[in-house]
Design a protein around this ligand. Sequence first.
Ligand code: NAG
Ligand code: NAG
Ligand code: NAG
Ligand code: NAG
Ligand code: NAG
Length: 346
Amino acid sequence: MVVTSLHWHVVCLVILCLCLCGFGHALYPAMYVLGASQLDAGNNNYLVTPIKVNFHPYGIDFPGGEATGRFSNGDIITDYLAKHVGLEASPKPYLSPSFNTNKTTEFLKGGLCIAFSKQVDYFNETVEAIAKQIGPRETYKHISKSFIVINIGNNDILVYNGVGFSSIILNGTPPDQYVDQLISSLQPLLKNIYNLGGRKFVIIGAGAQGCLPVLRARQATGDCIEDANYLSRLFNQRLASLMQDLQSSLGGLKYSFFNPYPAFVELNNNRGTNGFTEVKVACCGAGNLNGTIPCNRTTIPCSNRTNHVFWDGVHNTQAVAKVYMNIAFQGSAPYVYPINVKQLSD
Ligand SMILES: *[C@@H]1O[C@H](CO)[C@@H](O)[C@H](O)[C@H]1NC(C)=O
Ligand SMILES: *[C@@H]1O[C@H](CO)[C@@H](O)[C@H](O)[C@H]1NC(C)=O
Ligand SMILES: *[C@@H]1O[C@H](CO)[C@@H](O)[C@H](O)[C@H]1NC(C)=O
Ligand SMILES: *[C@@H]1O[C@H](CO)[C@@H](O)[C@H](O)[C@H]1NC(C)=O
Ligand SMILES: *[C@@H]1O[C@H](CO)[C@@H](O)[C@H](O)[C@H]1NC(C)=O
C-alpha cells in the first residue's frame, strides 16, 4: 500500500486542496501547468469532489469577484507567472468544457483528484493532439520553448502530518524514506515530460508546511510544527538535486527552482516585510488561528487581504502569490536557483 499509493498521493487531495493541472492556450509559447491545488485554475470545478471553492468568498479579489475555482482570494502564482513571461492569458483548467478534448467523463465518475502520473498522461495526450495538427517537428519546437510549471510536495507533506489521507500511508515510514519514495516516483515522470519535448521547467518546491494555519492551530502555542518543516526542507533539497541530476543527464533541459520555504521564512521572521503584518492567522476560516474550520460560504473573510500571508488554512493570499512570483522571475538564491524564470525565458 505504501508504495503503490505513492504515485497517487504525490499531489493528492487534502482537506482544502486539489491536485490538478491547467494547460496553456496559446500555441507559442505556452505554459503547461502540472501540480497541486496552489496551481489549480479550476479543474476542481469539473470533478466530483466535496472540495470545492467555486463559491464566495473565494475569488473575492478576482475581477468581478468571481469564484473561478482558484484556491485563493484572487490570482494564483501561475496567473502572475504568465504575466511575467508575457503570455496573454493565464493557463486554463484542462478539464474545462471550453477545451475541445473530452477528458472529463472519467473524473466525473467520482475521482477526487488527478494524480501527478495522470497529469503526465494528459500532457502526453495534449502533445499528441498538437502533433496531429501541426506535425511532430513544429510540436517539438513549441513544447521545448514552452514553460512546464510544476508544483509538488505540499500535499504529501500535509498527508504525512496527518492532514488528509493519513491512514492510507502512515505506517511509520521514517521521513527520509518517505521523501526518497516521493522523489523516486517523480523522477520517471519528469523524464517522460522531457521525452515529450519539455525543456524549460519551472519547479516550485514545498512551502514551510509546518507553518500553515491548519497545522499551527494544533499547537497551544501556535508555533510552527517543526517536523513538517523538516520534511519540507528535506523534500526541497532532494527535489533540487533531482533537477540538477536531470539537467546533467538530459541534454537541453533547463530549470528554475523556486523555493517558497526561505521566502516564507523571510516574511515570517520580519513581520511587515512587503506589508505582511499577519503571518499566522488565515484570513478566511474559523477556530484557532482560523485554521481549524475551513473557509466556507458563510464565512466573512478578513477585510485587509494584502497584509495576510494566508488566505485560508492551507493557501496563500493573492498578495503573497504576487510577491513570490516577482522573486521567481527576477530574484536569486536562496529563493530561486540555479537561474530565475527571466533567465530561463532568454
Ligand atoms: C464528452 O463525452 C460525454 C460522454 O462520453 C458526452 O456526453 C459529452 O457530450 C462529450 N463532450 C464533448 C465536449 O464532446
Ligand atoms: C505517450 O503515450 C503513448 C500512447 O499513446 C505511449 O506509447 C508513449 O510511450 C507515451 N509517452 C510518454 C513519454 O509517456
Ligand atoms: C492593509 O494592509 C496594508 C499592508 O500592511 C496596508 O498598507 C494598508 O494600509 C491596509 N489597508 C487598510 C484598509 O487598512
Ligand atoms: C462555516 O464557517 C463559519 C465561520 O465562518 C462556522 O461558524 C461554520 O461552522 C462553518 N460551517 C461549516 C459547515 O463548517
Ligand atoms: C478570522 O476569520 C474571520 C472569519 O471567520 C475573519 O473575519 C477574521 O478577520 C479572521 N482573523 C484574522 C486575524 O484574519
